[in-house]
Design a protein around this ligand. Structure first.
Ligand code: NAD
Ligand code: IPM
Ligand code: MN
Length: 356
C-alpha cells in the first residue's frame, strides 16, 4: 500500500485537491494501486490552527509517506505575518522542498491542440502545439542562500550554487531529454553577469559530454524569455536555476492557455516526490468554483508516474484530460471566447472521471 500525504493548504487549494483526489481514487484501483490518503494542515490553514505553517505532525506525516499531494499555500492574510519564516511560502513550502531533498522540479508545459486558441500567441507560431519540459533547480540559488536579511534600508539575498547541485539537476535534464524525440537541452543562465551562472554554464558543458546523443545549447535568461513568445516550438527541455525556472515556467504555462494547466513534480534521489500545480492559491477566485483543477489532476498523473511507477494509470489520466478538452469543456481561465460554455471546478473533475 502506498501512503499519500494530502496537504490542501489555502485559497483554491482544498477545491483543486478535492478534484485531484476524485481522479486518483477512480484510477488507482483499475491499476492495482492501493493508496492510503492522510490529510494534514499546511500553510496559512496550519498557521491559523496551530500557530505554525508547517506543524511537527505534518512534517512527521510526510516523512512517513511515499508521496505528497499538495494544493497551494499563501494569501493576503498571511503576507502580513511579521516573521517571514512563519509565512506559508517560506515557513512551509520551501522547508518541505529543502528538508525532503526535492531538488528537481519538472514542469511539463504542453499546448493541447484543443487549447491552441487559448494560447495568447498568433496561431502560426503554435500550430501543431508544443511540448516543453522545464527542469527547474528547486533547493538552491537565491531562495536559500545565506545571508538573507532586511535591515533598515538594506536587504540581502545570496545566490549560491555548488558544482554538485548544478551537476545533479543537469543529469535530470539530460536523462529526461534522452527519452524525448528531439533530445535537445537549453541550459538557461545569466553568464554574462553572474558568477553562479558561469559555474552553471561550465558544469552544463562538462555534464553534456556524458550525453553525446543529446544536443546542448546555452542561452541567457532574458533572451529565453523573449524566445518563448517568439518561437516556443523551438524548445524541448529547458534546464535552469531556481528563480529563472520559477519565472519562465509561469510564462510557458500561459502559452499553454493558463497557469491552471501546468502540473509539477518535485523529486529527489529516490521515488519520493511532492506533486502540486505550479500556480498559487489564487485568492482572487477562491471559493467561487472558478478554479481550473486540471494542473492538479495532471500532477496526480505525475505522482502515479514518478513515485508509484504506474505509467499506464498516469497515461489514462492524461488521456482523459485530453478527451474532456477535445469535447470543448472549459473552466473560465481557458475559455477562448465570451460565449464558451464554462464549467465549474467540481464539474471539470467529474468530467475527467467520466472520461477515464
Ligand atoms: P496565483 O498563481 O495564485 O494566481 C495568479 C493568477 O492566476 C490569478 O489571477 C489566479 O486567479 C490565476 N490562477 C491561478 N491558478 C488558477 C487556476 N487553477 N484556475 C484558474 N485561475 C488560476 O499567483 P499569485 O496571485 O501571485 O499568488 C497568490 C498566493 O499564492 C501568494 O500568496 C503566493 O505566494 C502563493 N503561491 C503559492 C504557490 C504554491 O503553493 N506552490 C505557488 C505560487 C504562488
Ligand atoms: C512556485 C511558487 C513558489 C516558488 C513560491 C510560492 C514560494 O511560485 O512553486 O512556483 O517560488 O517556488
Ligand atoms: Mn512560481
Amino acid at each position: 500500500m502506498a501512503k499519500i500525504a494530502v496537504l490542501a493548504g489555502d485559497g483554491i487549494g482544498p477545491e483543486i485537491i478535492a478534484e485531484g483526489l476524485k481522479v486518483l481514487k477512480a484510477v488507482a484501483p483499475q491499476h492495482g494501486q492501493d493508496l492510503e490518503f492522510t490529510e494534514a494542515l499546511v500553510g496559512g490553514a496550519a498557521y491559523d490552527a496551530t500557530g505554525h505553517p508547517l506543524p511537527p505532525e505534518t512534517l512527521e506525516l510526510v516523512q512517513n509517506s511515499d508521496a505528497i499531494f499538495f494544493g497551494a499555500v499563501g494569501g493576503p492574510k498571511y503576507d502580513v505575518i511579521p516573521d517571514p519564516n512563519m509565512r506559508p511560502e517560506r515557513g512551509a513550502l520551501l522547508p518541505l522542498r529543502k528538508k525532503l531533498g526535492l531538488y528537481a522540479n519538472l514542469r511539463p508545459c504542453i499546448l493541447y491542440s484543443a487549447l491552441s486558441s487559448a494560447c495568447p500567441l498568433r496561431a502560426d507560431l503554435v500550430e501543431g502545439g508544443f511540448d516543453i519540459l522545464v527542469v527547474r533547480e528547486l533547493t538552491g540559488g537565491l531562495y536559500f542562500g545565506q545571508p538573507k536579511s532586511w535591515e533598515g534600508d538594506n536587504a540581502i539575498d545570496t545566490c549560491l550554487y555548488s558544482r554538485e547541485e548544478i551537476t545533479r539537476i543537469l543529469h535530470v535534464a539530460f536523462k529526461a531529454a534522452q527519452k524525448r524525440p528531439n533530445k535537445r537541452v537549453v541550459s538557461v543562465d545569466k553568464a554574462n553577469v553572474l558568477e553562479t551562472s558561469r559555474l552553471w554554464r561550465d558544469t552544463a558543458t562538462k555534464v553534456a559530454a556524458e550525453y553525446p546523443d543529446v544536443e546542448l545549447s546555452h542561452q541567457l535568461v532574458d533572451a529565453t524569455a523573449m524566445d518563448l513568445v517568439r518561437r516556443p516550438q523551438s524548445f524541448d527541455v529547458i534546464v535552469t536555476e531556481n528563480l529563472f525556472g520559477d519565472i519562465l515556467s509561469d510564462e510557458a504555462a500561459q502559452l499553454t492557455g493558463s497557469l491552471g494547466m501546468l502540473p509539477s513534480a518535485s523529486l529527489g534521489q529516490g521515488t519520493f516526490g511532492l506533486y502540486e500545480p505550479s500556480h498559487g492559491s489564487a485568492p482572487d477566485i477562491a471559493g467561487t468554483g472558478k478554479a481550473n483543477p486540471l494542473a492538479t489532476i495532471l500532477s496526480a498523473a505525475l505522482l502515479l508516474r514518478y513515485s508509484l511507477g504506474a505509467e499506464a494509470a498516469a497515461l489514462q489520466i492524461e488521456k482523459a484530460v485530453e478527451i474532456v478538452l477535445n469535447a470543448g469543456h472549459r473552466t473560465g481561465d481557458i475559455a477562448e471566447t465570451p460565449d464558451t460554455k464554462i464549467v465549474t471546478c467540481t464539474e471539470m473533475g467529474d468530467l475527467v472521471v467520466a472520461a477515464l
